[in-house]
Design a protein around this ligand. Structure first.
Ligand code: HEM
Length: 106
């Protein structure tokens, strides 16, 4: 799987959120380095002081501990993202986890 697929899953997830809420999400509260316009952006991204993909987990069996995966699957303190749902379908979250396990290929 390629980065473009990860990007598409996140973009589709936000589009579903926007269509359900009737407005665009305001992601600015996550912080100033919260973006996935490129793979470099995503690998550097931080949301609420949590690195979305901790570098030490890339290419390891522990990819499921990445903050991005925890956040999309269950959330921190129950605050699953995108906040309030609709949530990204579990099989797509599994795809992102596998991509991190595979070492985040281009
Ligand atoms: C470490 C990861 C993340 C944390 C800790 C986090 C935390 C939060 C918190 C606390 C809020 C409440 C609003 C605020 O305080 O700004 C929020 C809102 C939101 N988050 Fe996240 N978030 C994370 C990642 C993500 C990701 C990856 C997405 C997209 C797939 C996402 C989508 C949203 C959306 C759509 C909202 C609502 C924005 C609005 O009302 O306009 N978050 N997030």
């Amino acid at each position: 799987m390629r980065f473009e697929r990860v990007q598409q899953i996140l973009t589709d997830g936000l589009a579903a959120w926007a269509s359900s809420k009737g407005r665009d999400p305001d992601l600015s509260g996550h912080g100033t380095h919260f973006a996935w316009n490129s793979k470099a952006d995503l690998l550097a991204a931080v949301g609420k002081n949590r690195r979305l993909i901790q570098p030490e987990l890339i290419g390891t069996a522990n990819a499921g501990q990445a903050n991005l995966i925890i956040d999309l699957r269950v959330g921190f303190a129950g605050n699953r993202m995108p906040q309030g749902g609709p949530y990204i379908p579990d099989p797509q979250i599994d795809e992102i986890e596998q991509w991190i396990k595979d070492g985040c290929p281009d």
